[in-house]
Design a protein around this ligand. Sequence first.
Ligand code: GLN
Length: 485
Amino acid sequence: MKINHLTIHEAHELLVNRQLSSVELTKAILERIGEIEPKVRALVTITDELALRQAEKADKLLVTGDTNPLTGIPVLIKDNICTKGIRTTCSSRMLENFVPPYDATVVEKLHDCGAVIIGKANMDEFAMGSSTEHSAFYPTHNPWDLSRVPGGSSGGSAVAVATGEAIYALGSDTGGSIRQPAGFCSVTGLKLTYGRVSRYGLVAFASSLDQIGPLTQDVTDCALVLNAIAGYEPRDSTSAPYPTPDYTQCLTTDLNGLRIGIPREYFVEGMQAEVEIAIRAAINKLEELGARVEWEVSLPSTPYALAAYYVIAPSEASANLARYDGVKYGFSYQDTDSMWEALEKTRQHGFGAEVKRRIMLGTYALSAGYYDAYYLKAQKVRTLIRQEFDQAFEKFDALVTPTSPTVPFKIGEKVDNPLQMYLSDVCTLPINIAGVPAISIPAGFADGLPIGMQIIGKPFSEETILKIAHAYQQATEWHKRKARI
Ligand code: GLN
């Protein structure tokens, strides 16, 4: 196997046994980036010099034995997570030249582990989108078929993990942005319980929904990254003050006694037949592994989740993005003496079409007279959705659904039709609305295109979903297939 396709745990083994050095591993990754990046365009910034310096440092740590499972392993960071001294663009003209003076908490934590940061990943502008086509720079291509999208908004992160441009990556998930691209690229992606990982240093999109999480090649790696990044942190007031377990301890293969429910509303109308067939087969596998499956569970408010999300998320975005005024930081339109014109033109030129659409939707929903009809109503729907999950979890340890209703679509197919684009997240949005954790893992292919299975858990029960996902990966080979590119 090529070394750039090693998992974290495989690479760690070789590193601590001195059969591989971090510098060798980092060079292999950079070589792969050089070879494949013109085809997939997953990265916005490559920090090659920094990466090699960090790798040298990691090699010294490996000699002294002062190590961690992530020491010396190359990681790619989504470009909406602040990295001190490294440009953080959110794939937007607005922040094209923004260099943060501080690291996000997750990045600090990775540094503490001796990680090697190889660059920043392309994404939909400000994480708004499902295809990475809304990047202000260029779209990212799906390695399984270059004419298709990799999903989004963490498309760059997912592609890099799928192609061996990184050993693992960080993404962010507001309505599906880790899980949907993970499903589209055949990698493992986890959205944690809201509050489980600090959002300090994550550029805000919709603050009540955003969570940072890992994209990895398998569930073991996912647990290792969680061990490094999860936990309470006072600089994020929504971070949960609960202790974090060792997430690798739950990785057994015995699902006996686990109760799994299959919510029927997630097998939506218009869903691709091959996706449904693959997911039903995957659920049968979980049953074979000992889980008790109930096939006809109902979460009746699910069909309203999409509408509620597209009121709540744009509302929060319109408030969060008000800070980009051309005065404090970011792009600034200078060609005028009028302050108002400068403000207007800064936002007109700095933001792309999708971001402007969200700001307009959100501003409208929050305006006097419409607030009760839209924003307040959406919040009530949110409560109902949350309550239905609570009730379901009185009976079940986990719920299983497809990650997306279709396989990856063609580049250009939905970009001019926002509603069609929004629909590709129907299965992932309700999870953010409820604040619960969910993982997407590879569960098959249709005509060579990946299909993802989503496993949803109770709040703070990441261990349960990791366990189910791990058991499935031990019994199947889907996650080991690599795109031939
Ligand atoms: N696709 C969804 C949106 O456009 C979710 C994005 C995300 O999770 N960041 O809002």
